[in-house]
Design a protein around this ligand. Structure first.
Ligand SMILES: Cc1cc2nc3c(=O)[nH]c(=O)nc-3n(C[C@H](O)[C@H](O)[C@H](O)COP(=O)(O)O)c2cc1C
Length: 338
């Protein structure tokens, strides 16, 4: 019998090989639903503070909303360095109805580092072990983690960290090919991701700088990973995940969505955001999406300025209309710059 396309994370079947990467401020439910409208087998929420959840912080809990038409499988991502709070957070994620709980071990932001959480945990393997053990023991759903390839060029400990995670019962690890010191600068290194793939038996998801279906295939083949995770490029091409998956599955690269289909999706993004947060807040939330989107268009600077000032659905649609008028070709058909 022909093997079904996709892979397994623990006992959860992922019906594809391309995932939407977690992005704070972006991969909440509304944007996930827009991406899933084109097809999305796996997505990850933005990182949520375990401490915030344990203190009943409403904005932390709000990040962990699900809704109709979400990605097929969704992981709720949590960060923290307190084993008890992290174990409770895993329960919360499962309780909301997520399929997987993902431990953030790659965030280099100071606010997270100060709590010894995110990437900082990968510098203290004993504490890492305690935190992950507590999460795995408490979680009623499979536990995954997202790491970087290492702390710095001098300390490429991604393989060692992945081995620790596997030993504690983590069933899949996503690896961003930059070091913690790199932050988001320089290049993501596929060979360092491959070193992690070679170290563990659990599936590894390779991540970093994928902007087109062929680049997704290249990273998959070069690293030997089970799947690929795409972040920034999906913000301007929400159909990219589905197209890359189709390309890997069939070998034929599907055309990018027509510009009007794409813009309908961005209008839907506003409406879903307004349903979740109200019109006024939606107008604010949508600004960063417009600013991002504007990058690929002629007159980007003016469009960015207009996008940053959007204060209603009507103004948002006016900016989208202006983009559409100035678009010489489909913006998502070319390589998206990240
Ligand atoms: C705006 C932004 C927010 C991010 N937030 C998170 C996050 O909440 N959790 C996480 O694990 N990674 C986060 N990341 C990292 C991405 O998941 C991904 O590893 C990184 O962007 C590289 O992939 P890409 O080149 O496909 O964008 C974020 C990245 C960006 C650009």
């Amino acid at each position: 019998m022909k093997e079904e396309y996709g892979f397994n994370i623990g006992d959860v079947r992922i019906p594809g090989r391309i995932a939407l990467a977690p992005m704070a401020g972006y991969t909440e439910y509304p944007f996930r639903a827009v991406v899933a409208g084109f097809g999305c087998p796996l997505a990850v929420t933005p990182l949520v503070s375990a401490k915030g959840l344990s203190m009943g912080n409403r904005s932390s809990a709000a990040i962990l909303r699900k809704g109709p038409g979400d990605a097929e499988v969704v992981a709720g991502q949590v960060f923290g360095a307190d084993p008890k709070a992290m174990a409770d957070a895993a329960w919360h994620v499962a309780d909301v109805g997520f399929d997987l709980v993902d431990v953030n071990l790659g965030c280099p932001v100071r606010k997270v580092h100060r709590q010894s959480a995110g990437a900082a945990l990968t510098a203290d393997l004993e504490l890492l072990r305690k935190v992950v053990k507590a999460v795995v023991r408490a979680s009623p759903i499979p536990v995954t983690a997202k790491i970087r390839v290492g702390l710095s060029d001098d300390t490429i400990n991604g393989p060692e960290v992945a081995k620790v995670l596997e030993g504690e019962g983590v069933v899949c690890v996503a690896v961003h090919g930059r070091t913690v010191v790199q932050g988001f600068s320089g290049r993501s290194d596929p060979d360092r991701i491959a070193e992690v793939v070679n170290e563990v038996e659990i599936p590894v998801v390779a991540n970093g700088d994928v902007t087109t279906p062929p680049k997704a295939k290249e990273l998959l083949e070069r690293t030997g990973a089970a799947a690929i995770m795409i972040g920034r490029a999906a913000l301007r091409a929400p159909d990219l995940i589905a197209r890359a998956d189709e390309y890997i599955r069939t070998g034929a690269e599907p055309p990018a969505a027509d510009v009007d289909v794409l813009f309908d999706a961005y209008v839907r993004l506003f409406d879903l955001t307004a349903n979740a947060y109200g019109d006024e807040r939606a107008a604010k939330i949508i600004r960063k999406f417009v600013i991002n989107l504007a990058k690929g268009f002629p007159g980007a600077r003016r469009l960015r300025e207009k996008g940053a000032a959007v204060s209603s659905r009507e103004e948002y649609i006016n900016v989208l209309d202006e983009m559409q008028r100035t678009t010489p070709a489909n913006p998502s058909s070319s390589a998206v710059r990240v």
